[in-house]
Design a protein around this ligand. Structure first.
Ligand code: SAH
Length: 368
């Protein structure tokens, strides 16, 4: 295998070479990869960090993912669904602050009332956020799981233009260890294709460090992202939640925390190098593992951050994993805190624009 320096001079990499990059453990080697990814981010996306205000509008979920704290099978969760008014209000707050985009995230439901609620919220946010600075209103990203084509098309029509659906892992074997039998990787992949077909900019991603996952699996994930031609990536460390089936691994995972965190950062860097001009989020899960996690993510190739807009009244009920930070700060405090974190790593905030990935802009416009 060539040295790290030689690998970093290449513009494309084989699976084995991606594995080699993801396997680096010595600090000097990691720093070389980080610096290369940071330079790639700077060249392809610039220095701006884009905010996507996050509204977790419901924790009601019909899925039973083995890793997730709000799974249907967790009876300890106090379930909530924000009213359309409340969701719209939270989103419009961020238009006021000059953020260009919001993300609406929730547990997974497919019933008519839910489809209607999301449609209404998207339409009202669009209508309410048009301004001189944002002539097409806020950019709206949805993250509400697997849905039929008609539903995706309806929401696209209502004005959402980005959709996040993580595949969690590209390995069918591992996917089966993380989900009940009726949830399949094949369906998730089909959903990603459908989302692209109905005109969404599509984001996906994986969790890093869950039991059984190897570096080779992560290399396959990177190749999957590349081959799917996605526009956005959201990835973070796996963090065990005590009221889930994966809690049996708590002790083993506790011993590996530092390693998992470093692997997550390296994965961000390698995805930046391979996919080049996509948007990559510095996710909250990084900060749950280390207080400076999100800004560190920014220095490894990420260029998007999702400040919390979920009303504090319900925020504690949306815990996918333990140790989620920013539980009691107001949206105002979250924004101020994140602005400081972004400045601390020498970056600026991209206000009053959607901040679509250059990758998406070069393919097709996304007006609405
Ligand atoms: N229901 C939506 C939103 C899921 S939550 C959907 O299916 O898309 C968003 C992401 O949180 C998930 O895709 C998963 O990757 C991540 N997540 C869930 N539980 C987690 C855990 N225990 N540790 C780390 N990330 C987790």
């Amino acid at each position: 295998m060539p040295t790290i320096d030689t690998l970093l001079q290449q513009t494309s990499w084989t699976r084995d070479e991606i594995c080699a990059l993801l396997s680096v453990r010595d600090p000097a080697g990691i720093e070389t990869i980080r610096a290369a990814a940071d330079a790639m981010r700077q060249r392809e996306c610039g220095d701006e960090v884009f905010f996507r205000g996050l509204v977790e509008f419901s924790n009601v979920c019909s899925c039973d993912c083995h890793y997730c704290g709000i799974r249907a099978g967790n009876p300890s969760v106090e379930r909530y669904t924000l009213s359309a008014d409340e969701s719209v209000q939270a989103a419009l707050w961020c238009a006021d602050k000059g953020y260009g985009s919001v993300v609406l995230q929730s547990g997974e439901r497919r019933d008519a009332a839910f489809v209607e609620l999301v449609t209404e919220v998207v339409s009202r946010i669009k209508a309410g956020s048009v301004s001189a600075e944002l002539p097409h209103g806020l950019g709206i990203t949805l993250c509400v799981g697997e849905q039929p084509r008609e539903t995706y098309a309806r929401w696209r029509q209502a004005g959402a233009h980005r959709y996040l659906l993580r595949i969690e892992t590209s390995s069918p074997r591992l996917f089966a260890t993380l989900h009940p039998a009726h949830q399949t990787l094949a369906n998730r992949q089909q959903c990603l294709r459908t989302l692209q077909e109905v005109g969404f900019q599509v984001g996906t991603g994986v969790m890093i460090g869950f039991p059984g996952q190897t570096v080779a699996d992560l290399a396959d994930d990177v190749l999957f992202f590349r081959d799917m031609d996605v526009d956005m990536i959201g990835m973070g460390p796996f963090i065990v939640h005590p009221q889930t089936p994966l809690a049996v691994h708590t002790a083993t995972l506790a011993a590996q925390q530092q390693e998992i965190y470093q692997q997550a950062l390296l994965m961000i860097a390698v995805v930046r190098l391979v996919l080049r001009d996509v948007n990559i989020a510095a996710t909250t899960a990084l900060q749950a593992m280390k207080p400076t996690g999100r800004e560190e993510g920014l220095t490894y190739g990420a260029n998007v951050i999702m400040p919390q807009l979920t009303p504090t009244r319900v925020r504690t009920h949306y815990q996918l994993y333990t140790g989620k930070p920013c539980m009691d700060e107001s949206a105002e405090q979250c924004a101020a805190c994140l602005a400081g974190r972004i400045r601390s790593v020498g970056r600026t905030i991209g206000y009053q624009r959607w901040g679509d990935a250059p990758h998406a802009q070069s393919r097709a416009p996304a007006p609405h």
